[in-house]
Ligand binder design. Structure first.
Ligand code: BF8
Length: 620
């Protein structure tokens, strides 16, 4: 959809406020960047050593090699591997922080968190071969945390969760030499290989990219999800509200943005403190209104039904409402522009992680050891700031849409009566044609939410059950697709299943690390049917992706055997060799492969054709 910023009415209203007020947003900066660097778009520039920077002329008239002799194929492959490594590192470092928190809780060093899901703790311990018989919860948690931290090193053959994978898939990974070993090891090796003068074989580089990404999907992300469930509770279906209209005209508004639930969970707890609520009232506010943004918003909406104010491209728009007393952030997907923008209002921009500092931010260090007190201090600062709100500059769009979220693997199984059999039966008798995972970001290259919403609608209309995470899921929340009533937009078969089970046709499975939940379901379905993941009528899509984390996700989904459609073009078109590897040869190597389709309706058709072909091959 050309020429429009967003399909979200709330975003469009806020963009008008921004324009009228002369305030700059990501959309303006995107336009100011036009035309974007053609070498960069194609992946053809290299800054890996100081003989460069070098760039390859895509038209063939200028240089075809860098100073070292690297061709466009080598440069594109190296750049892609570095993107995967950065994405895997981000997810996995998040995972490590959660595990370290559990270890501290188990050792009695961290007091403000408790273990919320003991059953899951014990199930994970058994998976890791840790005896639970006669052991205290603390002892089990301590041993489990130590074992999980070992996953980041290199002391074992391969990652524990690989045991969830069907044997056919393991054989493929073994044969290709891409079985992920240690989570940190694969990222370090990616950086080593892309250092000057090491790996200069595009296929070898891409294969390691797949291995590195697998250490994210079946390693760092998976551990982030599982250990978050242990600490904060495994999500169950929960209702809430979405979009900027969740901000309050009367209450102290605190927006929590970023990724790790260690911060957001504690803010949820502190915001209920009666003393703080009284303090807010004493300042003339009606109370404290905590709202989420992006993936940390997903974490607390999945577990508590906390309202979510929006997805990636709405972070600046939330500030422009003039109604935020504080934006509190930790790590990832936080625009550095927020500091300058917040300074145009009374809004305090509060950073909390030693890993992530921002210009114009107030830094309040948050760590697990002083979690509750720090959360209280952050809320106090927001309350103190409430009288500074200029009511004449407040504009909150009315839009809010209800959602039902909280579809962990356990919640899905429970909705199905305890086993996957009803889902398998529904797929076999074609009430459900297949399953598509729609994930990923917003990107100003795409009309905000247009690809997400239209693709989801096109798929459910053709009886494809859609599962979502991240900013894609927030787009669906805002569009009303996460409600059981949205079954009326589904095809007859899917609608029947949804109505029978009381489920929405689009299931919100969590934040981006929770794509590991989708992998777990896919692996369990494959094992149940005695086939490989690549044989299932399932597909993935990242319709509006922008981040390096999304590149890692795409790579591990494909390496796990799942066809994946990208809605924005990755920087690989400077190399026919790399593009061919990803979109064609990968199919023979790992079963999954990529397609790029920027039109959401055509992208949905690609997925439906893929699902139908897989059904035919399975004889269903
Ligand atoms: O990890 S979907 S914009 S918020 S990267 Fe970021 Fe993309 Fe949103 Fe969450 Ni995922």
């Amino acid at each position: 959809m050309k020429g429009t910023s967003s399909i979200d009415p709330a975003s469009l209203q806020m963009l008008k406020v921004a324009r009228d007020g002369g305030l700059e947003t990501a959309w303006d900066r995107y336009l100011a960047q036009q035309p974007q660097c053609g070498f960069g778009e194609l992946g053809l520039c290299c800054r890996n050593c100081n003989m460069g920077p070098c760039r390859i002329d895509p038209f063939g008239d200028g240089p075809q090699k860098g100073v070292c002799g690297a061709t466009g194929d080598i440069i594109v492959a190296r750049n892609l591997l570095r993107m995967i490594a950065a994405g895997a590192a981000a997810h996995s470092d998040h995972g490590r922080d959660i595990i370290e928190t559990l270890r501290g809780v188990a050792a009695g060093e961290i007091k403000d968190y408790t273990i919320k899901d003991e059953n899951k703790l014990k199930a994970l311990a058994r998976e890791f071969g840790i005896s639970t018989e006669g052991e205290t919860v603390q002892a089990i948690a301590e041993k489990l945390a130590e074992a999980a931290l070992e996953e980041f090193g290199t002391r074992k053959g391969y990652l524990q969760a690989i045991d969830r994978v069907p044997s056919k898939r393991k054989e493929i990974w073994e044969k290709l030499g891409i079985m992920p070993r240690g989570i940190d090891r694969e990222v370090v090796e990616a950086m080593h290989r892309t250092h000057f003068g090491v790996d200069n074989d595009p296929a070898n580089l891409i294969l390691h990219g797949l291995r590195c990404s697998l250490s994210d999907g079946w390693g760092g992300s998976l551990l982030a999800t599982e250990f978050s469930d242990v600490l904060f509770g495994t999500p169950r279906p929960v209702r809430g509200r979405s979009n900027l209209g969740v901000l309050s005209k009367e209450a102290v508004n605190i927006l929590v943005h970023g990724h790790e639930p260690i911060l957001s969970e504690m803010l949820v707890a502190a915001a209920k403190d009666p003393g703080l609520i009284s303090a807010a009232r004493a300042k003339g506010a009606s109370g404290i209104n905590l709202a989420g943004m992006c993936c940390t918003g997903n974490e607390i909406l999945m577990r508590h039904g906390v309202p979510v104010a929006g997805n990636f491209l709405q972070q600046e728009l939330a500030v422009i409402t003039g109604a935020l007393e504080a934006v509190v952030v930790d790590v990832q997907c936080i625009m550095p522009a927020l500091g300058q923008l917040a300074a145009c209002y009374h809004t305090k921009f509060i950073s909390t992680s030693p890993k992530a500092k921002f210009p114009g931010a107030i830094h309040i260090p948050f760590n697990e050891h002083n979690a509750l007190e720090t959360a209280r201090e952050i809320i106090r600062q927001a309350i103190e700031n409430y009288p500074n709100r200029d009511k004449n500059r407040v504009f909150i769009p009315e839009e809010t849409t209800a959602y039902v979220a909280g579809f962990s693997v356990e919640a899905i199984l429970s909705a199905l009566g305890g086993t996957l059999t009803p889902l398998i039966e529904a797929v076999k008798n074609k009430k459900i044609r297949g399953i598509a995972a729609l994930v990923g970001c917003n990107n100003p290259k795409v009309t905000q939410d247009y690809n997400h919403v239209n693709m989801a609608k096109a798929l459910i209309a053709r009886d494809v059950l859609v599962v979502e995470t991240g900013c894609a899921a927030i787009a669906s929340a805002k569009a009303g697709l996460l409600l059981p009533e949205a079954a009326e937009l589904a095809g007859a078969g899917l609608a029947e299943v949804c109505r029978a089970l009381g489920l929405p046709p689009v299931l919100h499975m969590g934040s981006c690390v929770d794509i590991s939940r989708i992998l777990t379901v896919a692996a369990a379905l494959a094992r149940e049917l005695g086939v490989d993941i690549a044989d299932l009528p399932v597909a993935g899509a990242a319709p509006e992706w922008m981040s390096e984390k999304a590149v890692s996700i795409g790579a591990y989904v494909v390496a796990s055997g799942i066809f994946t459609v990208l809605g924005t073009v990755p920087p690989v078109l400077g190399s026919n060799v790399v593009a061919d590897l990803l979109t064609r040869q990968a199919k023979d190597l790992v079963g999954g492969y990529f397609a790029v389709e920027t039109d959401p309706f055509k992208a949905a058709e690609l997925i439906i054709a893929h699902i139908d072909a897989k059904r035919a091959a399975l004889g269903i």
